[in-house]
Design a binder for this molecule. Structure first.
Ligand SMILES: [Fe+2]
Length: 222
């Protein structure tokens, strides 16, 4: 089924017909990607759709991050979210530059993933007690899920841009990728250095009464 679908698509695109009529395999390699013009290949369409996806996601985060900052218990986490908010404003501008470089109008395309991930962050705010370290520990995990989504997207876009010969676009996207990775690391440090340990002191555990069970070798052999 997959092979048939692939062949069908190729047969109905400019790229497919080029491959069939255009001669050498070299022309169908990287040099063709570089000079691929007005018609656009399947890969160009996918790249553009991914740009639209992350453009939507970044704009969505401009609304979500202030809520996460406001809900944070510690100033440290609030500052981290606010710093990332400023970075996110730059990420939006960089994406607009990339759209410009490929001759397209910047536009977003609804990103279900980011909607789901930010909904999860909203649920965490509802489900955790205000002023607790547990809330911050949970918000960090929610934010890191977002970062990992962005890292995967930007990482893929950088590689695709390089593959298609869009080196300027790749450089711009890579700057954002580095900032997303740094944010992820900062969040890990905050969690591991302070917040998780303090959250650990916010009450006992239900399994403490079953310590014998937790401590048995069988519990670790799974
Ligand atoms: Fe971002």
């Amino acid at each position: 089924m997959k092979k048939n679908a692939k062949n069908k698509n190729q047969a109905t695109t400019k790229t497919g017909s080029q491959s069939a009529t255009n001669g050498t395999s070299k022309e169908n390699g990287t040099s063709r990607s570089k000079s691929n013009g007005s018609q656009g290949s399947l890969l160009e369409k996918f790249f553009t759709d991914e740009l639209k996806d992350i453009y939507y996601a970044e704009q969505h985060l401009l609304k979500a991050l202030p809520k996460m900052a406001q809900a944070s218990t510690t100033e440290e986490l609030e500052d981290a979210f606010n710093d990332h908010l400023k970075q996110t404003e730059r990420h939006v501008k960089r994406l607009e530059k990339v759209f410009q470089l490929i001759g397209k109008k910047p536009e977003g395309k609804k990103c279900e993933a980011i909607e789901g991930l930010t909904k999860e962050a909203e649920s965490i705010i509802k489900d955790t007690k205000e002023g607790t370290m547990t809330r911050d520990a949970a918000l960090i995990i929610a934010a890191q899920k977002v970062e990992h989504y962005e890292i995967a997207t930007y990482g893929g876009l950088v590689q695709l841009a390089i593959t298609m010969g869009l080196h300027r676009a790749a450089d711009i996207l890579d700057k954002t990728l580095v900032e997303e990775e740094e944010t992820d690391m900062i969040l890990t440090e905050i969690a591991e250095n302070d917040i998780n340990l303090e959250a650990e002191h916010e009450g006992g555990y239900s399994w403490e009464t079953e310590s014998e069970l937790v401590g048995t070798p069988a519990a670790y052999s799974m």
